[in-house]
Design a protein around this ligand. Structure first.
Ligand SMILES: *Cc1c(COP(=O)(O)O)cnc(C)c1O
Length: 359
């Protein structure tokens, strides 16, 4: 067996302990005589899996009582529609556009009502987070939408926008569980789990209970109503059962690691290793404004396309894979999620130093 250092933005690296445990339980989950993939989602044994997953997530994020946790499908992208369908009572919402994912959400919302772009960083290829301390937010906007960590561009909101009393909705796909957050500041936070939590196929929505209503836009499909899933504790239809099981294992792993405060320290340390190197390198440099740098996704370039390509190729040969930047921006990107050990980043930096000397 030869595990590589996987810097993929998603689907991404998972803790090796979790994968080993899942492998051990593959044929016979805790004496059930079957794999979690083969069991009824209505069985007692699966009931325990999903309930424990929710309880552990609640503990990790300290989720207040008046929030529901939903395990859904359709990826983060389906939420781009589900949010306006469920929340646009006044048919108006404010969007802060800081990257491709926020832009897609903004465009999708226009299908359902008036989506107002209240801030954007597109003028400088999304390399920074705009000042959101005093935006002009329409009085009757149903919510303010952000993508908190921009997976493609490598920026992150270090302070949440001033929503002026409006409900905040955040896509946290690529920073989910990377540090503690105050859930009570959000109406909804949601994310596809394939970035920092588990296998593709599950999206977790944490939603304040008063936002779950029957009063959705006309024609909203049953499956796209938060109420449908909230009333059924995420078991309205067959959930992505195996994915939820793996997420549950990752939650337990995070608890064993010491929780999100410890993960935050680890993530900061890892990111600092890489950014400190980039800041003094004569060959490589980072592409985003320093104050807005993500600790999860670190984009960088050499400034020469042939050299970028050479680096990506040689890095892969040395066991550092998926370092190619997103197809829309080029260059390189190292995604260093929770499961990436510090050693992986140290080794990458050592490889980059060597590459710099040789080129
Ligand atoms: C990957 C990603 C998405 C899209 O997720 P899907 O599950 O593929 O729909 C949306 N938002 C962010 C921030 C992402 O990183």
């Amino acid at each position: 067996m030869n595990r590589v250092y996987n810097f993929s933005a998603g689907p991404a690296i998972l803790p090796e302990d979790v994968l080993r445990e899942a492998a051990e339980e593959m044929l016979d989950y805790k004496g059930s005589g079957m794999s979690v993939m083969e069991m009824s989602h209505r069985s007692k044994v699966f009931g325990t899996i999903i309930q424990e997953a929710e309880a552990d997530l609640r503990e990790l994020l300290d989720i207040p009582e008046n929030y529901k946790v939903l395990f859904l499908q359709g990826g983060a992208s389906q939420q781009f529609a589900m949010i306006p369908m469920n929340l646009m009572k006044n048919k108006k919402a404010a969007y802060i556009v800081t990257g491709q994912w926020a832009k897609k959400a903004f465009q999708e919302a226009q299908l359902y009502g008036e989506a107002v772009k209240v801030a954007s960083s597109e003028d400088e290829t999304f390399s920074y987070i705009p000042d959101c301390s005093d935006l002009e937010i329409p009085e009757d906007a149903d919510y303010v939408y952000i993508c908190e960590n921009n997976t493609i561009y490598g920026t992150k909101f270090k302070t949440l926008p001033n929503t002026k009393g409006h409900t905040l909705v955040a896509d946290v796909s690529s920073c989910f569980l990377s540090e503690p957050v105050d859930v009570s500041k959000y109406g909804i936070l949601y994310g596809g789990v394939q970035k920092n939590i588990g296998p593709a196929g599950v999206v977790i929505v944490i939603i304040r209970e008063d936002l779950i209503t029957e009063d959705t836009l006309p024609g909203t499909p049953t499956m796209l109503k938060y109420k449908t899933h909230a009333d059924a504790d995420s078991l309205y239809n067959t959930p992505p059962a195996y994915g939820i099981y793996i997420c549950g294992k990752v939650f337990k792993w995070l608890k064993e690691m010491g929780g999100l405060e410890v993960m935050k320290q680890r993530n900061e340390e890892k990111a600092k290793l890489l950014y400190d190197f980039l800041d003094q390198s004569k060959l490589f440099h980072g592409t985003v404004k320093k104050e807005d740098r993500s600790w999860m996704n670190v984009p960088f370039v050499t400034g020469k396309q042939e050299l970028d390509e050479k680096f990506v190729k040689e890095a892969a040969e040395a066991g550092f894979v998926n370092l190619k930047g997103h197809r829309s921006v080029g260059g390189m990107r190292a995604s260093i999620y929770n499961a990436m050990p510090k050693e992986g980043v140290e080794q990458l930096v050592a490889f980059m130093k060597k590459f710099e000397e040789e080129n």
